[in-house]
Design a protein around this ligand. Structure first.
Ligand code: RFL
Ligand code: PHB
Length: 385
């Protein structure tokens, strides 16, 4: 198997395949240091944690992950508690994507998997033949890799998706008119559970990595540049958006990372074309408001790894034939949830006064209806595979 992309999807898929005796080669454009320095997801569904365990990389999540029983959605000083544990019996785990990726690289090294960093000009060919081919160059030298199947795990800006002819591909997209400015700081978290805050000033999120490492986000215009955001400006903006008690008590400090991510919903269908399978961000993007991106990449891997093992080891094709439809059914539900959370919690620049009232009403409804809270909790902790 050729796996394009050494992010979480590519690494996890490779790890699960290797454990079942299927050989893989991973082709990654960036250096390992670069992949490991990208601060991204922080919330893992229990299904994600279970699959990491099955892949033999569950020890550190278990030891250092922070199990969360709930989270808060707020509207100025109104705080609505969503008690996942009471409403669904499940929890989520707060554990950084960088940690997951670190563990996967170590496990893959121990397996002796060939991971080639710094690949350029990747081209996938012969997808309709019994053997396919991936051409690439490394240090200016052209190489060719023959394989049975190709997994496109190369993220939103990768090459795999565009290998599928335009006439076959259907794409769905919504680009939101704002981004998230994220800050990592060595300070204790503002609250013991995550706070998703709606306010008249815009959205903010208070998250964390551990008891002395906080992760915060504020909604910003897509045109903003990181250099325009001093630490002081960031903290004062964040404080205006969080409930006043939390803002007053929170500890601030120097940022150790600061970046802006645009928000979009995107899906490309189908996920399979000949011997090529798309996985994770290569096929779909959700706005981070529902904490679903990495978890969706993992559920794709869940469906695909067993299907590929069946195809390679037992020559049974039912699994790979059904992969696209099976994965997309779950993907669209997570797309809906992420879009709904985003719409409910963000201020749109050109919005009318009615829109702000709708957001307030949604939060008031959540505050008064256990049914509404359960619906949110069921989606947040992760729909069944
Ligand atoms: P990745 O992580 O983008 O990895 C793809 C890899 O492919 C490489 N690549 C290529 N390699 C070879 N040839 C090419 N032509 C290539 N083109 C690209 C890239 O260098 C890269 O290493 O995709 P993957 O593996 O599918 O993983 C997806 C997740 O990274 C992503 O969905 C999450 O980070 C999204 N996300 C969140 N997800 C959650 O489940 N919970 C969260 O709390 C959460 N928070 C977030 C997030 C994403 C964020 N940003 C920055 C968009 C918070 C933020 C701010
Ligand atoms: C994070 O901690 O980075 C994080 C948490 C929850 C989200 C998005 C990002 O919904």
């Amino acid at each position: 198997m050729a796996i394009i992309g050494g992010g979480p999807s590519g690494l996890l898929l490779s790890q699960l395949l290797n454990r079942a005796g299927v050989d893989t080669v991973i082709l990654e454009r960036s250096t390992r240091e670069h992949v490991l320095s990208r601060i991204r997801a922080g919330v893992l569904e229990s299904g994600t944690v279970e699959l990491l365990r099955e892949a033999g990389v569950g020890d550190r999540v278990e030891l250092h992950g922070l199990p969360h029983d709930g989270c808060y959605l707020t509207d100025d000083d109104l705080m609505v508690h969503i008690n996942f544990k009471a409403l669904t019996g499940k929890q989520v785990m707060v554990f950084g994507q960088t940690e997951v990726t670190t563990d996967l690289y170590s496990a893959q090294d121990a397996m002796g998997t060939m991971i080639i960093h710094g690949v350029e000009d990747v081209r996938i060919t012969d997808l309709d033949q019994s053997q396919s081919c991936v051409e690439f160059s490394i240090d200016g030298v052209s190489k060719k890799l023959n394989c049975l199947y190709v997994a496109g795990c190369d993220g939103f800006h990768g090459v795999s998706r565009n290998t599928i002819p335009l006439g076959v591909r259907r794409e769905y997209e919504r680009v939101y008119p704002f981004g998230w400015l994220g800050v990592l700081s060595e300070t204790p978290p503002a609250n013991h559970e995550l706070i998703y805050a709606n306010s008249s000033h815009g959205f903010a999120l208070a998250s964390m990595r551990n008891e002395n490492l906080s992760r915060y986000y504020v909604q910003v215009p897509t045109t903003d540049k990181v250099q325009e955001w001093s630490d002081d400006r960031f903290w004062s903006t964040l404080k205006k958006r969080l409930p006043s008690d939390t803002a007053e008590a929170m500890v601030t400090g120097a940022s150790i990372e600061k970046s802006i991510a645009p928000l979009r919903s995107f899906a490309s269908e189908p996920l399979r074309w000949g011997n090529l399978f798309l996985v994770g961000d290569a096929a779909h993007i959700v706005p981070p408001t529902g904490a679903k991106g990495l978890n969706l990449a993992v559920s794709d891997v869940y469906y695909l790894h067993s299907a590929l093992i069946d195809a390679v080891k037992a020559k049974r094709s039912a699994g790979i034939d059904g992969y696209s439809d099976r994965a997309l059914a779950r993907i669209w539900k997570a797309m809906r949830f992420s879009w709904q959370m985003t719409t409910m919690l963000h201020r749109f620049d050109d919005e009318d006064s009615f829109a702000a009232q709708m957001r307030k009403a949604s939060l008031n409804h959540l505050a008064s209806s256990e049914t509404a809270r359960r619906e949110l909790a069921e989606n947040y902790i992760g729909l069944p595979y």
